[in-house]
Design a binder for this molecule. Structure first.
Ligand code: APR
Ligand code: MG
Ligand code: MG
Length: 196
């Protein structure tokens, strides 16, 4: 287990801790940028109210709801759609980076990944920009992660140079590798060129 990580059971046993759940929604696609560069995968993140990039989701209260029910509730608010999340979508749990800890209580982060069909992802994007109650408030908009590199080292390297909430940047990088959404070589190139 990597440093800062803990098991779901250990996390739920912490009485004074706060909990948050976030999810990376993604789909395969055959569409091509400029009609020639395959996009291959759509990976969704969001521009948050605080100007940072992050994943959809939020604070949950395990005393009142399961982690997955709490995450689904947050997704309804932020994305405007019912997206059932189950334990099968669960990836890992870790402590939030020290800066996010308040004097009151530690924040524990649970991370999920869910694969969808391209049409479902498009529906999420439409709903998030129209019916979602948090649109323009907690969530400024959904963004797709550019997984390709352009001639000028743009694409993923520039995307990774933005500022991210908590450990969202490493959650993204780890997920891209684990799910084989990018090759280790291309990721390494993007990381070398990223300004972050
Ligand atoms: N990795 C690590 N930490 C994260 C991530 C992430 N990917 N995403 C969010 N966090 C942290 C943030 O620091 C945040 O404080 O988890 C906390 C809860 O996540 P949010 O999605 O911001 O919570 P949400 O319930 O949607 O919003 C409710 O939380 O950020 C506060 O005051 C803000 O009113 C807002 C409230
Ligand atoms: Mg929220
Ligand atoms: Mg949120």
């Amino acid at each position: 287990m990597a440093s800062g990580q803990l098991s779901r059971e250990e996390a739920l046993a912490c009485s004074g801790c706060r909990h948050a759940c976030h999810v990376m929604l993604y789909a395969d696609t055959t569409s091509k940028l400029f009609g020639r560069t395959p996009i291959r995968h759509i990976v969704l993140m969001q521009m948050r109210f605080d100007g940072l990039l992050g994943f959809p989701g939020g604070l949950v209260n395990p005393a009142e709801e399961s982690l997955e029910a709490g995450l689904s509730r947050e997704l309804l608010e932020e994305l405007g759609l019912e997206i059932p999340i189950t334990e099968e979508d669960y990836v890992e749990t870790c402590y939030a980076p020290a800066l996010s800890w308040t004097a009151k209580s530690k924040l524990i982060l649970h991370f999920y990944v869910k694969k969808m069909e391209e049409e479902q992802i498009k529906e999420v994007e439409r709903a998030a920009a129209s019916t979602a109650v948090d649109h323009g408030l907690e969530v400024m908009g959904m963004v797709r992660v550019p997984l390709f590199r352009t001639n000028h080292d743009g694409g993923l390297s520039f995307f990774l140079s933005h500022s991210f909430i908590g450990n969202a940047r490493s959650q993204l990088i780890n997920s891209l590798l684990r799910l084989h959404l990018i090759s280790p070589q291309n990721l390494a190139k993007a990381l070398r060129k990223s300004l972050g």
